[in-house]
Ligand binder design. Structure first.
Ligand code: UFG
Length: 340
């Protein structure tokens, strides 16, 4: 049987690289595209070591129509998974045009190139951010959608655009996957989250404190309406997230119809629970101080993951201890990330 070829954009990024491996292990071939705007070439060497094969890779920007057309035209691409996007909430508020250009413009360019080459199966990286400040927990896919920053708006605009595309042409099959909070790393410790500069997100910040690169974690508020007052999130192991993409592709290619699904565990942990779990997994202390709330943050956010279970046959398998142990292995083996 031939292995369907999947185009991954943002392929050397955090979720892209883990999904690349999961696809190769699940009977798919992959061509990866990235412009290294927030990832390293070294990822390709690591993928080579882990998969035993030379990655089929094209360095290109998803906003380049010519490049996207060339990648798809020259190959029999069965489907695309579109990860390439900017993702820093704070930065999006100061550089909205860059976010709309890259996140909405890149998706538009990709879809046009796909359509021109009759490739109409797409998995899109969306985010729980489209639920805004959720009124009900756990969050179901039919919850009201809203956004509070340009990053979130770029995801919601993208979702709406893709719904219109599906509506206009039934040959399209599109999965909108709403990620909760990805953490963890491949169990080899060879690939993982490699943020540039100061991490915005909790887990990479915790790991950098534990490895001694930063003095202490700042906990943004302990007066939320949560059991210990700190923010509660649905952390999901990146390997489970990668498997969710494999299942979504199988669904789209088999059923030829779209789906919108949460990818989360359904369980929320507070910032302080994360700190304690990480200390236990790593054997290192994580000093912290309580500071003011971060503007725009919400108290609690966790998924109802039942649709993904029912429709995709997918549930998260890995618990908090594995998330912390794998994050720690990656960070301690690569204290400076991918950079040699
Ligand atoms: N936090 C801290 N200190 C830090 C970083 C985070 O206390 O240094 C807290 C936050 O206040 C929050 C929790 O840790 O309570 C998680 O924060 P993250 O920044 O890791 O994650 P968010 O849930 O805020 O944001 C994530 C993604 C966004 C996405 C959002 C909603 O990073 O892209 O989920 O889906 F928009």
């Amino acid at each position: 049987m031939t292995r369907p070829l999947i185009l991954l954009t943002g392929a050397t990024g955090y979720i892209g690289s883990h999904t690349w491996l999961a696809l190769l292990a699940s009977g798919f071939d992959v061509v990866g595209v990235d412009n290294f705007s927030n990832s390293s070439r070294e990822t390709l060497n690591r993928l080579h070591r882990l998969s035993g094969q030379t990655p089929d890779f094209v360095e290109a920007d998803v906003c380049s129509a010519a490049a996207m057309d060339a990648v798809i035209r020259g190959r029999r691409v069965a489907a695309a998974v579109h990860f390439a996007a900017f993702k820093a909430v704070g930065e999006s508020a100061s550089q909205p045009l860059a976010y709309y250009a890259n996140n909405v413009g890149g998706l538009l360019t990709l879809c046009q190139a796909m359509q021109a080459n009759d490739c109409k199966t797409l998995v899109f990286s969306s985010s729980a951010t489209v639920y805004g400040n959720p009124q009900q927990l756990p969050i179901r896919e039919d919850a009201p959608l809203s956004t509070t920053n340009p990053y979130g708006a770029s995801k919601l605009i993208s979702e709406n655009m893709l719904r219109d595309v599906e509506q206009a042409d039934a040959a399209w099959a599109i999965a909108l996957l709403r990620y909760f909070n990805p953490v963890g790393a491949h169990e080899s410790g060879l690939i993982g989250e490699d943020p540039r500069g100061t991490p915005n997100n909790l887990m990479p910040y915790i790991t950098q404190v534990a490895v001694g690169q930063r003095a202490r974690l700042q906990v943004f508020g302990n007066d939320y309406d949560t059991p210990d007052g700190t923010g509660v999130r649905d952390y999901i192991h990146v390997l489970d997230l990668a498997d969710g993409h494999v299942q979504a592709l199988r669904y789209l290619l088999g059923q030829r119809r779209g789906i919108t699904a949460n990818l989360g565990t359904g369980v929320g942990y507070s910032v302080l629970e994360m700190v304690r779990a990480f200390e236990q997994a790593s054997g290192h202390p994580v000093p912290f101080e309580i500071v003011a709330r971060r503007p725009g943050d919400i108290g609690a956010c966790y998924a109802d993951p039942s649709r993904a279970r029912e429709m995709l046959g997918w549930t998260a398998q890995r618990g908090l201890a594995a998330m912390c142990a794998d994050s720690w292995r990656w960070q301690s083996q690569n204290p400076h990330g991918m950079a040699p």
